[in-house]
Ligand binder design. Structure first.
Ligand SMILES: Nc1ncnc2c1ncn2[C@@H]1O[C@H](COP(=O)(O)OP(=O)(O)OP(=O)(O)O)[C@@H](O)[C@H]1O
Ligand SMILES: [Mg+2]
Length: 263
């Protein structure tokens, strides 16, 4: 056991989640280290959102447990910021962009609490970071999908959490903005935060993540990107259906990674 294993940000043991008796996650075990940008990678229906929800206590567990900062969820909830996958959120509620980001400052149950100057300053700074400051007074429903997504990332940043769980935060976001936000996430990682991101694009995954967790109902692999991002393991994750596998050689070369797993 190394030092990282002794002080994980998240520990999952024998995690099984079923919907109508069909497993979405099957006996998943892992330890994730602190202060990393971690990608959750796997095909549609692999259980990625279910994994994030099980960490957030939003789905009943058929077996197993999750510990966060070595504690139970209820003791650390305020230190966690969760951005659900688009489509699971009602984006049409009546609130301005500023209101939405301010929610990150007081928690969603206290929306109508009066904000103070400091809260508003922080909210504006977070909007600036995702380049949404010009839209501060716009209704959230009147933004494009990618713009809404950036506002929700700003809300998560405003929460100043220690652990961020982002479920496909880049859905609908253009490549330039995605790069900028990935760099932002790398910055907050360097400030000592831990970030888990469900993500689909292998190219940007290889560029930006420190660690990768490969999931397909079962855990396929978890570890530093250099170890996990291999043709064999990605093939196993995608059941050989990965059409972009042909590009993988280029990604590996670019990243200076071994094309095959070192056994
Ligand atoms: N509330 C639910 N009721 C029944 N089945 C569900 C429910 N939520 C998810 N599932 C099923 O569980 C499996 C895992 O779903 P999950 O949403 O975790 O996948 P995912 O990896 O996030 O996929 P995607 O990449 O499409 O977001 C899928 O087969 C899905 O159909
Ligand atoms: Mg999902």
């Amino acid at each position: 056991m190394n030092i990282q294993d002794k002080d994980p940000i998240i520990e999952a043991h024998d995690l099984t989640v079923t919907y109508n008796r069909k497993p979405a996650l099957w006996s998943v075990d892992f330890l994730l280290p602190k202060h990393k940008l971690i990608g959750i990678i796997g095909p549609n229906g692999a259980g990625k959102s279910t994994l994030i929800k099980s960490i957030m206590g939003l789905v009943p567990l058929a077996s197993g447990y999750v510990k966060i900062f070595n504690q139970d969820l209820d003791d650390v909830r305020s230190k966690i910021s969760y951005v659900p996958q688009r489509g699971s959120v009602d984006w049409d509620f009546p609130a301005s962009v500023l209101d939405v980001v301010l929610m990150g400052r007081y928690g969603k149950n206290k929306l109508f609490k009066r904000s103070n100057k400091k809260d508003r300053e922080i909210a504006m700074q977070c909007l600036e970071k995702v380049q949404m400051l010009p839209f501060v007074n716009r209704q959230i429903a009147q933004l494009s999908g990618g713009q809404q997504q950036r506002v929700f990332i700003a809300r998560a940043l405003a929460q100043n959490a220690d652990l961020y769980l982002l479920d496909e935060p880049f859905a609908g976001i253009d490549a330039a903005s995605e790069d900028a936000i990935f760099r932002l996430l790398q910055d907050i990682r360097s400030e000592g935060k831990s970030i888990m991101v469900v993500h689909h694009d292998l190219q940007s995954a290889a560029r930006f993540f420190d660690w990768i967790l490969l999931l397909n109902t079962r855990l396929v692999a978890v570890g530093p990107k250099e170890k996990v991002f291999s043709e064999n393991l990605l093939n196993e994750t995608y059941g050989g259906k990965l059409t972009v596998l042909s590009d993988l050689g280029d990604i590996m070369k670019e990243q200076d990674m071994p094309a095959r797993e070192n056994k």
